[in-house]
Design a binder for this molecule. Structure first.
Ligand code: SF4
Ligand code: SF4
Length: 395
């Protein structure tokens, strides 16, 4: 979308969403489990009172992390807040039905977890609490990787591991400083790559970001392909700043990775560091960067961009990129286009800057698209399934 009324694009929508919030001063999280707990820092950041709802009568008798757990019947007597469903995929339809039976409406009275974090909360945080909130942001420490996946969405297979330059530590610090000078809270802040565990000064990067900004993020994580066991210095920092390891699971394509995952997870357990090993991935979708060339009009490119809605924001010094794939593929595959397709965080100022930032996150920009959208399947990538993590070289 092209900006036509910068700083005010969402005013009308926000007015509707925030109407009546003063009478609904509590936030109810339906599901007093692990997922529900990840919402607690968001509400704390805005000083909103939180209550859990749970169908489990045993949970209703106690508090969890000091927070009251009530039944749905209890909520219905007061209806003094909105509800966010934080439940497993199997339980969501059951809870939705339960709420709708009680005349509660989705996106008015209750929200599903992801739509809440991606749409509703950023708006109320900005418009109602005057706090800039972003669901996800990442720093790409290195483009080097210990695997060489043929269809890497960052184009890392084309990177020369011997000679490629990683971000300097100064650039990493600058990225975090610029980002957190404008954003009050991020739900998840991720260190990625390439393979971030190849980054030589990883412990220093974690220490700096953790020390300065840990209280401005819900989850602090590292996304890894699981091939490398970090050293003691990195592990200690991860423990100290409560870093979560998200381990991609490519063992379906590369069977010897099972052993690597066992080694890594055993080490993380030894240090009591949280991790999530993904389910084995068998299929990816192809962005098509290497061969798509749309030769499309501006209007068509805007359509491609608007229908894509990638959540993958990247911060690189003062530059805030909407799509980390676009930035990294353009560099790694030598397109060298779209170098100006970012929001300059350091230049962002004035009365409406938090709203401009919110609009950018919702897909507004001067051009309304990225140059790399012309070389990408975008939302249509689901029509192009490919095997997951097929390697360029046989390992
Ligand atoms: S492991 Fe990830 S970053 Fe590395 S080449 Fe494969 S997809 Fe790209
Ligand atoms: S369509 Fe554009 S924004 Fe979406 S993934 Fe492709 S390059 Fe990124």
């Amino acid at each position: 979308m092209k900006w036509t009324n910068k700083g005010h694009e969402l005013d009308q929508y926000a007015k509707k969403l925030t109407a009546g919030l003063q009478n609904r001063n509590k936030s109810y999280i339906f599901g007093a489990g692990k997922l529900g707990k990840t919402l607690l820092p968001l509400f704390k950041n805005c000083n909103r009172e939180v209550v859990f709802i749970d169908n489990d009568t045993e949970k209703q008798a106690r508090t969890i992390e000091g927070i009251e757990v009530v039944s749905l019947e209890h909520y219905l007597q007061n209806r003094d807040g909105f509800i966010v469903i934080a439940a497993s995929i199997q339980n969501i339809p059951v809870i939705e039905e339960q709420l709708e039976e009680n005349k509660l409406q989705r996106r008015i009275d209750f929200w599903l977890y992801q739509e809440f974090v991606d749409y509703f909360f950023p708006i109320i945080s900005t418009y109602y609490y005057d706090k800039a909130f972003v669901p996800l942001a990442q720093i790409c420490l290195t483009e080097r990787c210990s695997l060489k996946c043929k269809k890497c969405a960052h184009g890392c297979y084309a990177v020369d591991n011997q000679n490629a330059k990683d971000l300097t530590l100064k650039q990493v610090y600058k990225s975090a400083d610029s980002f957190f000078s404008k954003i009050d809270f991020v739900q998840e802040f991720v260190l990625i790559g390439g393979e971030p565990l190849l980054y030589k000064q990883l412990s220093e990067a974690i220490q700096y970001i953790g020390q300065q900004y840990r209280n401005q993020m819900g989850v602090f994580s590292i996304t890894t392909n699981g091939t490398i066991v970090p050293d003691d210095k990195v592990l200690k920092m991860c423990k100290q700043y409560n870093v979560l390891f998200r381990i991609s699971n490519y063992s379906g394509s590369i069977s010897k990775l099972k052993l690597a995952y066992d080694r890594l997870t055993a080490k993380l357990q030894e240090y009591s560091i949280q991790y999530k090993l993904g389910m084995p991935e068998s299929q990816w979708t192809d962005y098509g960067f290497e061969y798509v060339n749309r030769n499309a009009s501006e209007e068509e490119l805007i359509q491609v961009f608007d229908s894509c809605r990638t959540p993958c924001r990247e911060i690189r010094e003062n530059r805030y990129y909407f799509c980390v794939m676009a930035r990294s593929v353009s560099e790694n595959l030598g397109f060298h286009i779209g170098q100006n397709d970012y929001l300059d965080l350091d230049a962002l100022q004035g009365e409406w800057y938090k709203k401009e930032l919110l609009e950018f996150n919702f897909g507004y920009s001067e051009k309304g698209y990225l140059d790399m959208c012309g070389h990408c399947h975008g939302a249509e990538r689901t029509d192009y399934p490919i095997p997951a993590a097929e390697q360029v070289k046989v390992l």
